[in-house]
Design a binder for this molecule. Structure first.
Ligand SMILES: Cc1cc2nc3c(=O)[nH]c(=O)nc-3n(C[C@H](O)[C@H](O)[C@H](O)COP(=O)(O)O)c2cc1C
Length: 320
């Protein structure tokens, strides 16, 4: 076992987080990850309805009695009122771990603290990490530019950003962007992270509730098949190259603003694709590490082999 201060505080066995993924981080994935001893959070962005979130929490609890969390997205698509209600639903459910991401959690810090939730805030810049610390969050999660999803605007790779943040804050750091196996887990721990966040890797697991055709698309994609878009909106995202994402890129280069781009970048569009396997519409987020995720193990197999490989790597490095 590889224990860290953070794994002990969260009550998890392994310093691995399955990165929260819209449409995918549902009970079917979060339950098995928690059961295998790692951290996963239900993506509340799936449904801003607190009753539906409570149902998803109950479904997850039916799969595992181990700790798991809920991710509340602070991207501006939800109103402050909705976010407050979601946080209240998390607190009422008894789930003790809340992850926020997207924007500063400042407006919700008092509510989160009052509810006694363990608060992880995910960001992509040292400035935002320091701000989160000043607000009193319990742990800071940072992602480098390699990551799937939103790597922020600073463009720093994980190997630069993670030790920078670890050196600047006085609380546990979760590092993400480019992690997928035992070697990268060991590297993340060496950089000072107390847990690593792997998103793209967990898409390619048996339990991930994405359509098999889309999983095949990910399985055969390389780092060069990912692209950064939405930088013009200061909301950079790393996605797989499709006719749809190329069109977003083209519109941005033509100077299109939010009004024109909004119908192309709505997170709702990918919902259909993850359900039916079509990728004609919507954006399919993926990290550069997609190139290194070449199989489809079960969640338990994946976590077991990552930990075993990391232990071997660490042992090998410790030898004279
Ligand atoms: C398909 C997909 C969807 C994602 N959706 C979200 C999301 O809804 N909220 C969030 O905070 N992060 C989201 N992310 C980012 C992940 O939680 C994680 O930070 C990232 O995948 C880590 O980098 P990696 O892909 O290199 O492992 C998403 C990533 C992917 C690949």
């Amino acid at each position: 076992m590889i224990a860290t201060e953070l794994t002990k505080r969260l009550g998890i066995k392994h310093p691995i987080q399955c990165g929260t993924m819209q449409w995918l981080s549902r009970a079917e994935l979060v339950g098995p990850v928690a059961e295998a001893g790692a951290l996963a959070c239900i993506a509340s962005a799936i449904n801003p309805d607190p009753a539906a979130l409570s149902e998803e929490i109950a479904k997850t609890r039916a799969i595992t009695s181990r700790p798991f969390g809920v991710n509340v997205s602070l991207f501006p698509s939800l109103s402050a009122n909705d976010i407050g209600k979601l946080i209240a639903a998390v607190a009422e459910s008894g789930v003790g771990i809340l992850e926020t991401a997207g924007q500063s959690p400042e407006p919700y810090r008092a509510q989160i603290k009052e509810a006694g939730l363990f608060h992880i805030h995910k960001c992509a810049r040292i400035r935002d990490a320091l701000k989160a610390q000043s607000l009193g969050v319990d742990a800071i999660s940072v992602v480098g530019v390699e990551c799937g999803g939103h790597p922020g605007e600073a463009g720093l790779g994980s190997i630069v950003l993670i030790p920078q943040v670890v050196g600047a804050v006085d609380r546990p750091v979760i590092g993400g962007g480019g992690f997928c196996d035992g070697r990268t887990l060991a590297a993340g721990l060496a950089l000072g992270a107390q847990c690593v966040n792997m998103g793209t890797r967990f898409i390619l697991t048996k339990e991930c509730p994405g359509h098999p055709d889309l999983k095949k698309f990910y399985l055969t994609s390389t780092a060069a098949d990912t692209m950064l878009i939405m930088g013009s909106l200061k909301n950079t995202g790393r996605v797989l190259r499709t006719a749809w994402s190329e069109e977003v890129d083209r519109l941005e280069k033509e100077g299109a603003g939010l009004e024109t781009l909004a119908p192309y970048i709505s997170g709702q569009l990918a919902r259909q694709g993850w359900a039916d396997g079509g990728k004609e519409k919507g954006l399919y987020y993926a990290g550069q590490v997609v190139e290194r995720c070449g199989d489809l193990p079960s969640v338990a197999e994946l976590i077991g082999r990552i930990v075993a490989e990391a232990q071997e790597v660490i042992k090998g490095l410790a030898q004279d």
